[in-house]
Every structure is written in structure tokens, then in C-alpha cells.
Design a protein around this ligand. Sequence first.
Ligand code: 13P
Ligand code: SF4
Length: 352
Amino acid sequence: RYKTLSVEEMEARIIEIKNKFGTRLYIPGHHYQKDEVIQFADDTGDSLKLAQLSANNKSAEYIVFCGVHFMAETADILTNENQKVLLPDMRAGCSMADMANLEQTERSWVKLQELFGDTMLPLTYVNSTAAIKAFVGKYEGATVTSSNAKKMVEWAFTQKERIFFLPDQHLGRNTAFELGIPLDAMAVWDPHTEQLEYTGELTDIKVILWKGHCSVHEKFTVENIEQMRSDYPGINIIVHPECSHEVVQLADYAGSTNYIIDKLNEAEPGSIWAVGTEMNLVKRLGQVHNDKKVLSLNPNMCPCLTMNRIDLPHLLWSLESIENGAPINQISVDKDIAYHAVLAVNRMLDRA
Ligand code: 13P
Ligand code: SF4
């Protein structure tokens, strides 16, 4: 049926359903979502802001989450039993979150304890499954987002001598380096080979990084930065900390999606920017700041294919299912998992 409707007809139906449900319906949208979807978001934000908004929303009966699966899980963990969280397309996953599963993580923890005993505190980027958050919560650890990773890693070192950082090695490495931890005091744990990769002394290791990454942000390279600097002298390079260490070191600025947006808002008219993050956000920044030149750091642009699964037809499908009294794609985290995961998320929200 959605194939036969025009864009205008779908938009009109979405507005109609939104008006009908009022505050009983809440649509949060991540900054990487398409314009066709983000125009209907009640709030937009980065992962931290969306988690905070979900935790504070006690009135919405239905939360139609325009983002990816782990974000909808976090919203479900933080809301009450009467609130239903829906994800318009179940295929909207995250390849980074999929790089750490519970079985691997538990096995890795045992192996790492053989090397480091009880000296490690686990931290997980919110870009992880609820089961990984629960694992971290059980062992007194916390979640982090790209906005508060520095604060959370500092806190972690007040608890234990070492941190075990899941699943994004780049955010972990970039954050620890910013806090003055040298690269040779960081090791990479490969969950497939169950080998620890490091260059210094084992006893000096402070940070153990899970060998995961974001397939979108890994596409921004040192060569891209060199090319941009040669094509546009005086250009400002700003990247997300999911980019590699070399890219973050060469860039002028690095921070979360909210940080990038704020930085562009403050920028001088006429200034030139190359942005190393997901293409829907970069394109939108270019449209909003037509007095500045905003380019993607990688000229091929870098889409997050799973974020893009949420489109106008899926949003309408989700809203119509609510209207019909048979909500589809409800995200419902197992109670036991939610109990422990919320400990990890709240340790972060209490400090964020
Ligand atoms: P933030 O919105 O927290 O910067 O995260 C970026 C991201 O990759 C979300 O999937
Ligand atoms: Fe996952 Fe990267 Fe997409 Fe974010 S941009 S949802 S981390 S794959």
C-alpha cells in the first residue's frame, strides 16, 4: 500500500496521526536520520540527549524511535511498563553493536581476568546491545556516549586500575589518549582470536580495547584530510571520535554529533568545513549553513545504511499500526537484562 501513496499523502497521514495522538505519541530522532523522517521528530539529538529524553518522558504511551535498534532498547530500558517503544524497521541495526555478543564478551572477560585479575572495570559505548550493557552493569561498570566518554573514563579510573572498553576501539583509544594515557599503555583484545595485541609491557596496560569499529566512520582517512587541506587552504576539519586515532589527531576538532552541530553554529560566515561523520547530518549542516561551505571529509559521502532503513513509508507503517491498535516492531528488553542494563545506563546518566 505504501508504494501506491505519494510522498504528500504519506506526510499528510503522519501529521494526522500525530495530531490525533498528541502527547500520547513521542517521536525522538537521531541526527543521522533522513530529512524525510527528521521533519516529524518531536526532538532530535545525539545518543546521550535521546537517552536523557527517554528517561524523562513519563507521559508518552508510544515512543516511535527514529534511530537504530540499540537506541530503541535504551529507551525501553529507561521507560516504564506502560510505555511501548517501537522501531519502524527492525532491520535498523548497528554493525558496531553487532561486533560484541554476550557469549564472546563473557569468555573474553574470563581470559582477561587470567591476565589482569580483578583490576578491570568494564565500560561500554551505548552503541551496544542491551545484553552487553547488562554484562557491564553486573560488574559495576557503566555506559558512555561520545559526549561524556572523557568524564566516564576518568570516573572509571577512580574505581579500578584498568578499563575494559567495548565495543568501539576508536572511541576508547581517542578518549584515553586525550586523558594522557600513552598508546603503548593500551591493548587491543581480538575476540575472534582471543589474543591481546600490545606493544609495551603487559603490566603497564591501563586500557583494554575491544576490537570493534564503526564501518561508517572508518571510511574517513588521513589521505582525505591531506586532500582537503591541499584543495581548500584554511579549511577546518571536524570529525566524530569514532574515526581512527590518526584521523582524530590530524583533525582540528573532534566530538559527538551534538558537538559538531554546535561548532558549525558558532562558525564564522564564509568559513570552510570538512566534516567526518554520517552523510545525512553533513548534508543537513550544508543546507542549514548556506553562508558557510560545508563538505563531507570523504567525497564519496558516508551513509549509515541501517540508519537509512527508517524512511517515510516505515514511519507511517509504524504510526498506522498504533492507530489500528496493533503496534508492530515493539522493542521489549528481557526484564532480567533490563534490570542490570539500567544500572550501567544510570551510572552514566547520574554523571552526564
Ligand atoms: P552520537 O550521536 O552520540 O554522536 O553517536 C553517533 C553514532 O554513531 C550513533 O550511532
Ligand atoms: Fe552504528 Fe556507525 Fe551507523 Fe552509528 S553510524 S549506527 S555506530 S554503524
